[in-house]
Design a protein around this ligand. Structure first.
Ligand SMILES: *[C@@H]1O[C@H](CO)[C@@H](O)[C@H](O)[C@H]1NC(C)=O
Ligand SMILES: *[C@@H]1O[C@H](CO)[C@@H](O)[C@H](O)[C@H]1NC(C)=O
Ligand SMILES: *[C@@H]1O[C@H](CO)[C@@H](O)[C@H](O)[C@H]1NC(C)=O
Ligand SMILES: *[C@@H]1O[C@H](CO)[C@@H](O)[C@H](O)[C@H]1NC(C)=O
Ligand SMILES: *[C@@H]1O[C@H](CO)[C@@H](O)[C@H](O)[C@H]1NC(C)=O
Ligand SMILES: *[C@@H]1O[C@H](CO)[C@@H](O)[C@H](O)[C@H]1NC(C)=O
Ligand SMILES: *[C@@H]1O[C@H](CO)[C@@H](O)[C@H](O)[C@H]1NC(C)=O
Ligand SMILES: *[C@@H]1O[C@H](CO)[C@@H](O)[C@H](O)[C@H]1NC(C)=O
Ligand SMILES: *[C@@H]1O[C@H](CO)[C@@H](O)[C@H](O)[C@H]1NC(C)=O
Ligand SMILES: *[C@@H]1O[C@H](CO)[C@@H](O)[C@H](O)[C@H]1NC(C)=O
Ligand SMILES: *[C@@H]1O[C@H](CO)[C@@H](O)[C@H](O)[C@H]1NC(C)=O
Ligand SMILES: *[C@@H]1O[C@H](CO)[C@@H](O)[C@H](O)[C@H]1NC(C)=O
Length: 360
């Protein structure tokens, strides 16, 4: 009996020592992180991150209930300036890191690849630079990567596509160039890809259209070119938003687009699309917004448009080569707020239509 008690006591002591040691590691890591913060205009850390109290009471820090290990850091909009040093990589239990909307600069240090439990990283709206870290691809639990509005450059590392759990990939407003890796199609769980306002070139890899879980694809404002594949819609049946505006896409709109039965927003403005707008487009009853303006599309608007697009709120078709007239019953589109049809070859009084704003 005594022996058992002794053993239990030793075990408890060891566990406590280990916990103490571990949270000391976390404290060291956080203090090192603090020393990388060169600007804290609201003096958020100065009074708060006191070594007298547990790190779990520090502002922006969340700990696990049992082991008192740091599991989440959220410094969103704290107005911090400075760098993210390597020591954050010692927070081995971290699952969420949100430093968005600050003034951080420098690179994301490779030591962050030690964060094996990381599920979400949000560094958006800072001034980070360097390449998109290829080690993202080695973090097994990563679900959300948010890098938008920074100065990241270089190309999308194919290894990024190694994350089987990835759901959200957001890299808008950076300087990302090169092609979109074909491997991106290996993701079975990816729901949202947004890489608008970058410098991507080449064609949209077919693999993207293989992702059956995809709901939103936004590749607007890059330099993507070539045709959209005819069978692009076979597998992306869950898509609700397709944004490909401000690229150099050519060729026709695939007829199969009519198979995207959940599509709410279709935006392919400012490309070099030719051919007629497939009647299937006007048969997607879920559509809210259609923007195909500033292409070289021909054909006419279907006379029964109001039967088929009950949800339509915005229709932008200006600067194309559309012919015919405005369907007489366009006024029956009860939700329609904006209709832009200028610069086409439409007949009758609608030739010069700039904007019709429907007040209801
Ligand atoms: C630090 O801030 C947090 C959250 O605002 C608060 O709960 C905590 O008591 C503060 N700690 C100190 C030492 O001021
Ligand atoms: C922390 O401890 C030091 C002395 O050990 C003391 O001067 C200081 O006021 C304490 N700070 C807080 C927030 O308790
Ligand atoms: C961080 O905090 C902000 C503001 O409180 C919140 O909007 C955001 O969702 C939080 N981030 C995470 C990852 O929970
Ligand atoms: C934390 O990380 C730094 C840099 O990666 C390393 O030099 C240091 O030994 C680590 N400290 C602890 C306590 O693990
Ligand atoms: C960010 O830092 C730069 C220089 O380090 C400074 O000029 C700028 O005002 C800062 N912006 C904010 C929002 O703090
Ligand atoms: C990607 O995953 C494969 C298979 O799991 C692995 O062999 C490869 O090393 C990984 N690549 C990177 C860059 O992590
Ligand atoms: C990823 O996709 C590429 C090309 O699409 C393929 O060759 C490769 O085997 C795939 N990798 C994995 C791990 O599935
Ligand atoms: C798309 O998926 C099909 C069937 O799942 C597969 O045979 C094909 O290789 C995939 N293509 C690409 C480019 O990933
Ligand atoms: C929808 O997909 C099916 C099967 O892939 C195909 O037979 C059909 O023609 C498609 N419809 C349209 C409008 O593209
Ligand atoms: C239409 O697109 C061309 C390039 O394709 C661009 O130069 C022009 O400014 C665009 N016009 C409008 C009205 O968006
Ligand atoms: C339009 O959709 C309806 C119902 O979704 C379908 O029955 C019809 O065949 C479609 N017509 C065209 C031209 O795609
Ligand atoms: C279209 O609107 C007019 C007047 O607002 C109405 O009389 C007519 O029944 C509507 N037609 C359909 C098919 O809804």
């Amino acid at each position: 009996m005594e022996k058992i008690c002794y053993l239990i006591a030793v075990a408890v002591l060891l566990v406590n020592c280990f916990a103490l040691y571990s949270s000391n590691t976390d404290e060291e890591a956080l203090l090192a992180f603090k020393s990388g913060i060169s600007s804290d205009p609201y003096e958020i850390l100065a009074g708060n991150w006191s070594t007298n109290t547990s790190i779990c009471n520090w502002v922006g820090v969340s700990c696990s209930r049992n082991r008192q290990r740091v599991v989440a850091l959220n410094f969103s909009a704290f107005n911090f300036g400075g760098i993210i040093g390597p020591h954050l990589g010692n927070l081995t239990f971290l699952s969420s890191l949100d430093v968005s909307s600050n003034n951080f600069t420098g690179i994301l240090p490779p030591e962050l690849s030690n964060l094996r439990h990381l599920e979400e990283i949000n560094v958006g709206f800072n001034s980070f630079n360097g390449e998109i870290p290829s080690w993202f691809g080695t973090l097994p639990e990563l679900k959300r990567i948010l890098l938008n509005n920074n100065n990241f450059a270089g190309s999308i590392p194919p290894s990024l596509c190694n994350n089987s759990k990835l759901q959200t990939l957001q890299m808008d407003y950076n300087f990302i160039n090169g092609i979109i890796p074909q491997e991106i199609g290996n993701h079975s769980d990816l729901e949202s890809i947004s890489v608008k306002y970058n410098q991507l070139i080449g064609s949209i890899p077919f693999g993207i259209f293989n992702m059956s879980s995809l709901r939103v694809l936004d590749l607007s404002a890059n330099s993507l070119s070539r045709r959209l594949p005819e069978n692009m819609c076979d597998n992306i049946q869950k898509l609700t938003g397709l944004y490909l505006s401000l690229n150099q896409l050519s060729g026709g709109i695939p007829l199969e687009i009519g198979n995207l039965s959940r599509l709410e927003i279709l935006s392919i403005r400012g490309g070099s699309l030719t051919g007629i707008i497939p009647s299937f487009v006007f048969n997607l009853s879920t559509l809210n917004i259609i923007d195909l303006s500033n292409n070289s599309l021909s054909g006419s608007l279907p006379v029964d448009i109001y039967h088929k697009l009950p949800e339509l709120q915005e229709l932008y078709l200006s600067s194309n080569q559309l012919t015919g007239g405005l369907p007489a019953n366009v006024g029956n589109l009860t939700r329609l707020k904006y209709l832009f049809l200028a610069n086409n070859r439409l007949i009758g009084m609608f030739d010069s239509f700039q904007i019709i704003k429907f007040e209801r």
